[in-house]
Structures are given as structure tokens and as C-alpha cells.
Design a protein around this ligand. Structure first.
Ligand code: CA
Length: 222
């Protein structure tokens, strides 16, 4: 498993590199945008951690050019006050984002999730115990029962299942399911989680979506 780290702040790059190598990944660090694009286009990486603020070519531009030729998973790193970078990055095909400063465990979890998603081509079927979802046909069933979900309920459940074992914040769920143009309250996520629980958990006596106090929601492996 090979990961390209693109970050011009040497201390952050070094720290991330040490942690990734400790986890058994092979890594390479690049500090310059143009060099990063060259490296990413001409080599096969399993994932790229891409900072946005870079010399010579910013991370958004690196991503835009990379996506014209390759679909390597990319996690972008943005500063907390650069919301537009996050939006542009996801629009251009970044697979995920982290806001600085971040906890290294959170980055490692996102790397694992994004690498795994790519390694296990599950087709259109998502399964979790007796719960089965078909993302092509837009159907959900529990055992032999068909479950009727609205579009947003369906998308939210798919997003949580695809990011299994990763705690999803309300903000991330909003971005993924409602889109960036949604300017409402993040409470809408709680409301939809309640809908899902009332349609699945309450009916079948299970606890599929876990609440992580102060952080968000997660579906953990059974
Ligand atoms: Ca930087």
C-alpha cells in the first residue's frame, strides 16, 4: 500500500509520514504542487494526502489536473477557514477531506476507509447483517422485508454504510447527502437518523447506527 503525502509544512509532513509508516504503508513526501502532480501522474499510488496551500501549484489545481487522467483516491487537507477549498476539492473529485488541525487517528481512519472502499468492489450491494441495500435499484430490505426509505434517508444510510467504522460528523453527513448548497441547521441529520431508526431499528429490535456523543454517528462492524 503506497501513499503520497503532499504537504509543504515539513513538520506536518514528517509527522504524517512517520505515523503512516508505523501503520505499514509505504510513503513518499512531496512539498511542491507541480512536483506532486508529476509524481502522482507518473506513479501508482493507492491514495494521496493532498494539502491545499502549496507552492507553485495549489492542491485544488493539482487535483483538477490529476482527475483528467487518474482516479487515485485523494484526501485533501484544508485550513478551518477555507471552506471554499473543501467545496472545490469535493466538486473536483476529492474522496474526502480533513480540516487542519486534525487528529492523526482521524486521518488514519479515513485513509483506511478510502483504501478499503477501492479494494473491495462490492458492486451495487451493501450488506450489514440482515440489512441489504442495492444502490442501483434503490431498494432496501431487512431479512425478507422490503423497507421503504425516502431518497435522503436512503442516501444517508448508504453514506454511513460505505464509511463503516468511521465516525461521521453531522457536517460531513450534510455535505455528502444534502450537498454544499444546504444552509440549514445540522439538526436535520439528527432528524433523519431518527427516521431511519424508527423504520429499521425500532421495527427489528436492532441498533445499527451508533451515536458518538459530541462527534456524530457511526455504523460499526458487527
Ligand atoms: Ca501548506
Amino acid at each position: 500500500m503506497k501513499i503520497l503525502i503532499v504537504e509543504d509544512e515539513a513538520s506536518i509532513a514528517r509527522f504524517v509520514q512517520l505515523e503512516l509508516e508505523h501503520e505499514g504503508y509505504a510513503t513518499k513526501c512531496v512539498a511542491d504542487g507541480r512536483e506532486a502532480l508529476d509524481e502522482a501522474v507518473n506513479n501508482e499510488y493507492d491514495l494521496i494526502v493532498l494539502d491545499v496551500m502549496l507552492p507553485s501549484l495549489n492542491g485544488i489545481e493539482v487535483l483538477r489536473r490529476l482527475r483528467q487522467v487518474k482516479q487515485t483516491p485523494v484526501i485533501i487537507l484544508t485550513a478551518r477557514d477555507q471552506i471554499m477549498d473543501k467545496v472545490a476539492g469535493l466538486d473536483l473529485g476529492a474522496n474526502d477531506y480533513m480540516t487542519k488541525p486534525f487528529a492523526i487517528e482521524e486521518l488514519l481512519a479515513r485513509i483506511r476507509a478510502n483504501v478499503k472502499k477501492r479494494m473491495t468492489p462490492s458492486g451495487n450491494a451493501l450488506e450489514y447483517g440482515k440489512l441489504k441495500m442495492d444502490t442501483e435499484a434503490h431498494t432496501v430490505s431487512y431479512g425478507s422485508d422490503a423497507i421503504d426509505l425516502t431518497k435522503k434517508e436512503f442516501d444517508l444510510l448508504v453514506y454511513l454504510l460505505e464509511n463503516r467504522n468511521v465516525v461521521i460528523s453531522r457536517e460531513q453527513a450534510l455535505d455528502a447527502v444534502w450537498g454544499f448548497d444546504f444552509y440549514g441547521n445540522t439538526n436535520v441529520v439528527d432528524v433523519y437518523i431518527r427516521y431511519l431508526r424508527s423504520k429499521i431499528d425500532d421495527v427489528y429490535g436492532v441498533k445499527i447506527i451508533q451515536t458518538v456523543r459530541g462527534s456524530g454517528y457511526v455504523i460499526r462492524d458487527v
